[in-house]
Every structure is written in structure tokens, then in C-alpha cells.
Design a protein around this ligand. Structure first.
Ligand code: PGA
Length: 251
């Protein structure tokens, strides 16, 4: 049985003071809830302060990006060694990184390998844009992203990765994928591709989240799906009440 995981991707929101307040609120609210993993992903600047809050609680900490080299002349970048001091998870290959910052499948694959080497659990994002969706290319495109992301990973490494299926047209738009359709993509193009690469046993262990306008009023539909193991949440993770409702609905 896979434990569901709800991760809050705070994106470029919250000062350190605001991040402390929100993480404290989340920790207090979810403390008595079991049967679901909870992860907060603040900005780099707030990681250290939020670490102090989540330490000793059931809430995990993640970063939103990472470079793959361990150190060196890479102005503005953060290494896996640095993140490993602070967090357990790292979001990699988010569509906003791919769209606005030119991240490629190859770079995402390098980052996944570097994260695993330093004991960080990657949350790897895949998903099609609206044009691909309307052209019926979703399964091929997402399957290709999954193959590229897992290229060269051993079965043991692969089993640790969390995948987030996030259709780009559903992110921050208030439009969600139909839960049945999302489950179908995950079943065929994510778990199916992983089964081809690693066999059914590993493919069944890997957790796959849905992401894209997940809200308290629509989470139940996603959590009812057999292949969806939680959510990667942007907007609704920025307030204690809405985030708590998502955690409760997944427990
Ligand atoms: P959203 O973002 O919940 O605001 O749509 C999800 C994400 O980008 O991870």
C-alpha cells in the first residue's frame, strides 16, 4: 500500500516571517492526522527557518529546485549537498522551470540522479500543455518525459522517486483534469512506462501525485482514483485552512 503524500509548493510566495507563520500553523493543524505524508516546499530563503519549525513534527521539508553539481562557480545555484543539510525532498522539473527557465529532460535527469546520491527524495513533475492535450498527444508526451527522467536510474533508485502528473493547462488556472482522465494518464503513461522499465513490483511502489488547481472542493475525486497517491498543491497550500482540508481529505 502506498501512503498518500500532500506537498505544498509555495512557489515564489512568502517572506521568511510569513513562511514561519504558515508552517507553524500547518504543523499544529496536521499533528494529529495520520495515514498521509505532508511536505512543505518554501522558497530557498525560508528553508532554514521552516526547518526549525517542522523538526520533530510529522511535516517534511522540500525545496523547489536544485542544481546537479555539488559545488563550484555556478552563480545563483543551490547544490544537493546544501539542500541535504536542510530538507528531505526536492521538486524537480516543475513545468514553470521547464517553461520559463529552459529546463530540459536531460537536465531534470541529471538533477534526479544528484538528488538521490545525496539522499534527497525527488518529486519529479511531468505534464502536457494545452496544445498537446487537444492534439491527443498527452500519453506519448508524458510517457516520453517519464522515460527521460528515469534514464539510467537503478530499480532501487527509481522506487524512491515521487512523480507528480501536472497538466500545464490545469496549473493555477482553476481548471482541473477530469479525475478519471488523470488516473488514465498516470496508469498508462506513468505507471505503465515505469512497469516496462522496472517491472510491476517497482511500478506499484512509486507514488504518483496529481497537481493542477487541487482545492478542498475537488480533492476527493482525485483521491478516490486507484493510481493517484496525493497531490502537489500550489495556490491552496498558501493558507492553513485550505491546505489542512486537503491533508484531511487524503488521510
Ligand atoms: P496550483 O499549482 O495548485 O496553484 O494549480 C500546482 C503546482 O504548480 O504544483
Amino acid at each position: 500500500m502506498r501512503t498518500p503524500i500532500i506537498a505544498g509548493n509555495w512557489k515564489m510566495h512568502k517572506t521568511v516571517a510569513e513562511a514561519v507563520e504558515l508552517s507553524q500553523g500547518v504543523c499544529d493543524a496536521v499533528e494529529s492526522i495520520s495515514g498521509v505524508d505532508v511536505v512543505l516546499c518554501p522558497t530557498f530563503t525560508a528553508l532554514s527557518a521552516v526547518k526549525d519549525i517542522v523538526e520533530g513534527t510529522k511535516v517534511g521539508l522540500g525545496a523547489q529546485n536544485m542544481y546537479w553539481e555539488i559545488q563550484g562557480a555556478y552563480t545563483g545555484e543551490i547544490s544537493p549537498v546544501m539542500l541535504a543539510e536542510l530538507c528531505d525532498y526536492v521538486i524537480l522539473g516543475h513545468s514553470e522551470r521547464r517553461q520559463y527557465f529552459g529546463e530540459t529532460d536531460e537536465g531534470v535527469n541529471n538533477k534526479i540522479k544528484a538528488a538521490l546520491t545525496h539522499s534527497l527524495i525527488p518529486i519529479v513533475c511531468v505534464g502536457e500543455d494545452l496544445t498537446q492535450n487537444e492534439a491527443g498527444e498527452t500519453e506519448t508526451f508524458v510517457g516520453g518525459q517519464v522515460k527521460a527522467a528515469f534514464d539510467g536510474l537503478s530499480p532501487d533508485e527509481a522506487a524512491q522517486v515521487i512523480v507528480a502528473y501536472e497538466p500545464i493547462w490545469a496549473i493555477g488556472t482553476g481548471k482541473t483534469a477530469d479525475p478519471d482522465m488523470a488516473n488514465g494518464i498516470i496508469k498508462n503513461s506513468i505507471r505503465g512506462v515505469l512497469a516496462d522499465l522496472y517491472g510491476d513490483n517497482i511500478a506499484e511502489q512509486i507514488r504518483v501525485q496529481y497537481g493542477g488547481s487541487v482545492k478542498p472542493n475537488n480533492i476527493a475525486g482525485f483521491m478516490a482514483q486507484p493510481d493517484i497517491d496525493g497531490a502537489l498543491v500550489g495556490g491552496a497550500s498558501l493558507k492553513v485552512d485550505s491546505f489542512l482540508a486537503l491533508v484531511e481529505a487524503s488521510a
